[in-house]
Ligand binder design. Structure first.
Ligand code: ADP
Length: 427
């Protein structure tokens, strides 16, 4: 078994996949785990991303979960720890970015000690930081719609100010003039800030080149805190030291095999268009009626009977995806939470049944739907492979049902219109 180099703690599931995707693209073999694993990893890897659900839970819970992840990563002997949060810095004055950062620094360096960075920049996804201010596209974070987020309204784009409210440590800034000068200048500025008593340095970054300039300055830093973008600049450090072979294949998924299917529970605009494109291409599709499920009809059995003879002819789609009016009508009849849970349970049972009928390439649409399917299949670890569309890689996972399968988990608004078709084209 090789040595794990980088251990990541992600504050949500799709964010974890986004980070893993960037690490694979930059040359690290990466596994994602769902929650803190109970034992060792199933496969060799250079990096591991532990996916938590800690973004919007009470800060004390987030700290506890993150420390449990840290202990497991330390037991695996990782050389560097990466705390991953959202590229829109989703948090409130109560946390959870500050309290988790403090707890991780305390655990790694001793109470009140240590030094780290904070940088949510991900220029490819239009998240940039300039003079400490976070931009989403062309506008400041607090004018981007994020000021109205139901759980984590972001009303200030100044990250130094935002983070300072959440942490007992002093927050400083490495501004763009310094970042543009390259790794040595960044290192010198980080050292100067440390000498001034700063313990968390917000970094400006507006391009991928900036991420590559920042990477070497983070070499040997015990804890890095960032969005998924900073990960693009880190693998070069291990490539330079010889711990990672430059140009090594990082997508180590087994070849595709078996039958293909899509299970869709997302009702986003993008997913509705993807369902339509699949049907328009003449592919078979089965619609789930939540009201029939609630009435006790054997919808799972019907869907599986329908799918079984069609599967050898190519991928099939089972979907609850509907336009917002139809969803609202169902929600009015069944209740919002009950309708959601009922559809998730149904699609998860169908996914399990499809695996039992020989499906080995499964695409799942919807964040919550993906969570329900992954849980029903008993997936605990996923190897991350090639990117299908930005933020959505193919993965491979062992299931509790027996076989290993290829899984693509697509959150609502991700993926091009032909996503359900192109995922099954020859890789
Ligand atoms: P997204 O990533 O697009 O937000 P999710 O899977 O996270 O997708 O959320 C979609 C929610 O809508 C799930 O709880 C799902 O069960 C529910 N849902 C799907 N189809 C319907 C429908 N036809 N009527 C009511 N609720 C539905």
């Amino acid at each position: 078994m090789n040595k794990l180099l980088l251990g990541c703690i992600a504050d949500d599931f799709t964010g974890a996949t986004d980070l893993a995707n960037n690490l694979v693209r930059a040359g690290m073999r990466t596994l994602q785990t769902i929650g803190v694993p109970e034992g060792p990893l199933h496969a060799e890897a250079d990096a591991v991303v532990v996916a938590l659900k800690s973004r919007t839970v009470p800060a004390a819970d987030a700290v506890q979960q993150s420390l449990a992840a840290l202990r497991w990563l330390q037991a695996q002997g990782v050389q560097q720890v990466y705390f991953k949060y959202c590229s829109t810095f989703d948090s409130t004055p109560a946390g959870n970015i500050g309290p988790v950062t403090d707890a991780l620094l305390d655990a790694l360096h001793g109470a009140g000690q240590g030094f780290t960075i904070a940088c949510p920049a991900f220029p490819e996804n239009k998240r940039t930081v300039f003079k400490g201010h976070l931009f989403a596209g062309d506008v400041l974070l607090n004018e981007s719609g994020m000021q109205n987020h139901p759980l984590t309204p972001m009303t200030d784009a100044n990250l130094v100010r935002v983070l300072q409210q959440q942490t007992t440590r002093k927050v400083g800034l490495v501004s763009y003039e310094v970042v543009a000068q390259g790794p040595q200048a960044i290192t010198r500025r980080l050292q100067a800030l440390q000498a001034e008593g700063v313990q968390i340095a917000v970094l400006d970054a507006i391009s991928n080149e900036d991420l590559m300039r920042i990477g070497p300055a983070l070499r040997g830093m015990a804890l890095v805190t960032a969005g998924s973008g900073i990960a693009i600049g880190l693998p070069q450090n291990w490539q330079a030291s010889g711990a990672l072979a430059p140009g090594q294949a990082s997508d180590l998924l087994p070849p595709f095999e078996g039958l293909g299917a899509v299970v869709s529970g997302s009702c986003s605009v993008a997913t509705n268009a993807q369902v339509l494109a699949f049907k328009r291409a003449g592919r078979p599709a089965f619609a789930i009626d939540p009201v029939a499920v609630a009435a006790g009809d054997d919808v799972v059995g019907s869907a599986l009977c329908w799918a079984e003879p069609l599967l050898p002819g190519g991928p099939v789609l089972v979907y609850a995806t509907a336009a917002s009016q139809a969803v609202q009508a169902v929600q009015a009849q069944l209740g919002v939470a009950e309708a959601g849970a009922l559809v998730e349970r149904t699609l998860a049972a169908i996914a399990s049944g499809l695996i039992g009928r020989g499906v080995r390439r499964l695409v799942v649409a919807g964040g919550e739907t993906s969570g329900a399917v992954v849980q029903a299949l008993g997936v605990r670890q996923m190897a991350i492979g090639a990117q299908i569309d930005p933020g959505v890689p193919w993965t491979w996972a062992r299931t509790a049902l027996g076989p290993g399968i290829h899984l693509a988990l697509k959150s609502g608004n991700f993926g091009s219109e032909d996503f359900f078709l192109k995922t099954f084209e020859a890789p």
